[in-house]
Structure formats: C-alpha cells, structure tokens
Design a protein. Structure first.
Length: 431
C-alpha cells in the first residue's frame, strides 16, 4: 500500500523549525498588543460568496487559487479561506463590533491557495493580519506602515532587507476614468501583450499593470498613470500618508503600477518587498478598503489593514542569518533503578513548582545511556539520583554545558533547595 503523505504544498512544521515559529509568534503578539490591537479568530471555512464578493471575480485568487467544494449534506458552496480580511470584516459586521467605536483587530492563522508550490509559495501558508475597522484614512494607514517597520526592527532585520513601495488607487470613480484611458492605451498595444494580460484587458485591466512578463512590463512603463487621475481628496490623503511616513523616517518609493491582487482596495496601498526570496519577494502587503463592508452586504465601514506571510518573514530572517534561540530544558533527571523512580518523580515535580523546565527520563536504561539522552536533550544540567540520594533526600547535579565562569563541571551532591537556587540563577525562563 502507498504510504499516506501530506498534501503537496502543505507543510508539517517539525520541532527543528517550530521553535522559530513560536519565537516569532510570541514577538508578533507582543508587538500587536503594544499598538492596541485585539485578537479575532474566525473559522477557516466560509461561504464561497464571501470571497467572490470581496476579493473579486477577475482576480488570481478567485479565478484559480481557491479550495472550493460543495457541502454534500446541504449543497452549500464552501471555501477554505485564501486570506483573512474578508472573514474579519464579515465577523465584525455579523457581531456589530464597530457599532459604537472603531476597532483595531488582528488575526493569525493558516490560509489556503491552490498555487504552484515553490520556496516561499505554499498551498497552506500562514499570515498575521491587522485590520483597523471604522477609521477613515490616512493616519491609520500610516500607523500600519509604521507598525510593520517597527516589527522589522524588533526582529533585528537589517534595513536593506526589505523596502517599501506605496501607491494610491484613488476612489472607484477615479478608477473608472483611469480604466477607460488604460484600456484604450492597452488596446493600441494588444499585439505586444502576453496572453494572460490580453485576457485581463477585458476582465480586470488594472491587473495588467502588475504583470511579471518583461514584454508586457515594457508596454506598461509608458501606460497612463493612475496617479494622474486621482481626485483632489485622494491626492490629499496620499500626500498626508507620505508626509507621516517621512515624519517617522520611513523610506519608501512610489510605485505607480502597484495595484495589489485583490479588488477591494482604494486609496493607499503598499507592499514591503525583499530581494532575498526571488519571485516571492512580497513579505507584507496591505491598504485601504473602504468599500469592502458594503460589498459583502453590510453597512459602510471605512477600514484598512495589512497581512504578512510568516513563511516569507522566517525565510528572510534565515537569509540574514538572524539566530533564533531554541529553548532547552534546565534539567534532565536520570535515576539508577525502579526503586529511585518515585524519588525522581518527586524531585522533578518540586523543580517544576519552582519554575524550572525539567525532563524526567522515561522508561529504563543504564545510567550511562540516560546521561547520553540528558546530553542530547540540550539540558543545562543533569540531575542524577541513586540509592544514596534517595535515602538522604539529596540530589547530585552535573553541569552538561561548558558555561563561562562555570567553577566545576564535576558531579556534586547538594540539598534540593541548594540545587533550586543554583538552577534558578541560570534558568532559561520563558521564550
Ligand atoms: P504574491 O504576489 O507573492 O502572490 P499576494 O499579493 O498574492 O502575493 P497577498 O494576498 O497580499 O499576497 O498576501 C499577503 C502576504 O501573504 C504576501 O505578501 C506573502 O507574504 C504571503 N503569501 C501570499 N500568498 C502566499 C503563498 N502562496 N505562500 C506563502 N506566502 C504567501
Ligand atoms: Mg498571489
């Protein structure tokens, strides 16, 4: 029989890597709380309609990347969420969350897109996203960019690791006017466009701007610019946004062809990009989506947000050789025989009650083989319990790592309270 394996593009995260996830998740959570964001958790499965109405029919995600199936019990069309914004807005509307005041929300979790798996692009990947609901721009938009730039600093990413590109998509009326001018220009050059862009020309012409095809890019370079079609209000919003970034000393480049792959955006949009991950260069992206709540049948709620891909941020950290500490136990407890096992059990419990991280050897094994396991566990100390220790209610302590200033690496017998004191002084603490 064939071995059952994980689905392509959906990865197991094993202990060799999961400690990095825990490290980054913890930092991200602290960072989000420090900006006053509250956690929201929504189901991974939603009505297909939610994503079709919000992300837009003529987008990569809705056209070809969604995991959609029919619920055999009632015929409903369901989709594994490809992104988090639509779900967060749906939940906020459903629970009347923005009724009396705006809300700053964040989510963390797996997203699903049926893409061709490659480094930095998976079918199940993880995003952290923030959504500020009930705020009209552009101060909160700038706050979001500031937050991301603070996170890069917290993660100790060098400033050249990621750069910021910004643009304004204006209002939907601005885009209608621009669309006409763009379509006219692209039609004149239709024979020079790639096949995908020719199709997009009729379904979603703005997306042609973000084509990766070099020949199409040449045509796009001379296309009319959306920035020249913005209303006075959108221009003022964009200017204020940019001046707030300057105030925070955040470098950016205006990229007039930045349109984002989802239809719900208006006004300010931006992407943080890196040169370290090849074609998977966008690590964080977002913008304003004032029309989204109405688009999915709710009342109008001005809002903006961004999402970052955890796999890509971790890949950039790895590229920059940022070391992520792996937590190891304070002690590994070994014992001579079954008679001392009860004593080892009690000692381990007492150590844990003193906030120490303790692994009690499981099963049998000679002291020598147990000591090998103690060493492999990465623990700082081995606690060795034989007949005499059990009788005298003492413990023998042996330092397993060569620490600086370590006076002695020999096994030494102590009272339990002495050992707790020694170990507390060097305890690894929480992440
Ligand atoms: P790309 O242009 O790389 O396809 P996108 O515009 O589709 O990205 P968004 O929908 O804006 O991406 O999602 C926000 C972030 O989520 C991206 O910047 C990226 O870090 C991450 N991301 C998106 N799709 C994937 C994927 N398939 N695998 C891993 N990370 C992803
Ligand atoms: Mg994509």
């Amino acid at each position: 029989m064939n071995k059952i394996q994980a689905i392509r593009g959906m990865n197991d995260i094993l202990p060799e890597d999961s400690y990095k996830w825990e490290w980054i998740e913890y930092r991200i959570q602290q960072w989000l709380l420090s900006f006053g964001y509250e956690n929201i958790r929504t189901p991974v499965l939603e009505s297909t309609d939610l994503f079709v109405k919000s992300i837009g029919v003529a987008t990569d995600i809705v056209e070809k990347e969604m995991y959609t199936f029919t619920d055999a019990l009632n015929g409903d069309s369901l989709t594994l969420r490809p992104e988090g914004t639509a779900s967060a807005v749906r939940a906020a509307l459903e629970h009347n969350m923005t009724y009396s005041s705006p809300r700053r929300l964040y989510y963390f979790g797996p997203m699903f897109r049926h893409e061709r798996p490659q480094k930095g692009r998976y079918r199940q990947f993880h995003q952290v996203g923030v959504e500020a609901l009930g705020f009209s721009g552009p101060v909160v938009d700038a706050e979001h960019v500031l937050m991301a730039s603070e996170l890069w600093k917290l993660l100790e990413l060098p400033s050249e690791a990621c750069r910021l590109e910004v643009n304004s998509l204006g209002s939907s009326e601005d885009r209608v006017k621009y669309r006409e001018a763009l379509v006219a220009y692209l039609k004149d050059n239709e024979n020079l466009l790639d096949a995908d862009s020719c199709r997009r020309l009729h379904t979603n012409p703005l997306r042609v701007l973000d084509s990766k095809n070099p020949d199409t890019q040449k045509i796009v370079a001379s296309a009319p610019k959306l920035l020249n079609f913005l209303s006075a209000e959108s221009v003022a919003n964009f200017d204020r946004f940019k001046s707030l970034l300057q105030r925070a000393n955040i470098d950016f480049k205006v990229n007039p062809n930045l349109v984002r792959g989802l239809d719900y955006y208006n006004d300010v949009v931006y992407e943080w990009k890196t040169d370290y991950l090849g074609a998977q260069g966008t690590i964080c992206a977002g913008g304003r989506y004032d029309g989204l709540a109405e688009q999915i049948g709710g009342k109008s709620v001005p809002a903006c947000g961004f999402a970052l891909g955890i796999e890509r941020v971790l890949a950039v950290l790895e590229h920059c050789k940022i070391s992520i500490p792996r937590q190891t136990p304070d002690a590994y407890v070994v014992f001579a025989d079954l008679k001392t096992q009860d004593y080892a059990w009690d000692v381990s419990t007492e150590l844990r009650q003193n906030n120490l991280c303790v692994v009690l050897h499981g099963g049998a094994g000679s002291l020598k083989s147990q000591m090998k396991k103690a060493d492999n566990s990465g623990a700082k100390f081995a606690i060795i319990l034989g007949e005499s220790e059990a009788e005298n209610k003492t413990v023998s302590l042996k330092r397993l790592r060569d620490e600086k200033n370590a006076v002695d690496n020999q096994q030494q017998e102590h009272s339990l309270s002495e050992v707790i004191k020694i170990m507390r002084e060097e305890a690894s603490g929480t992440v």
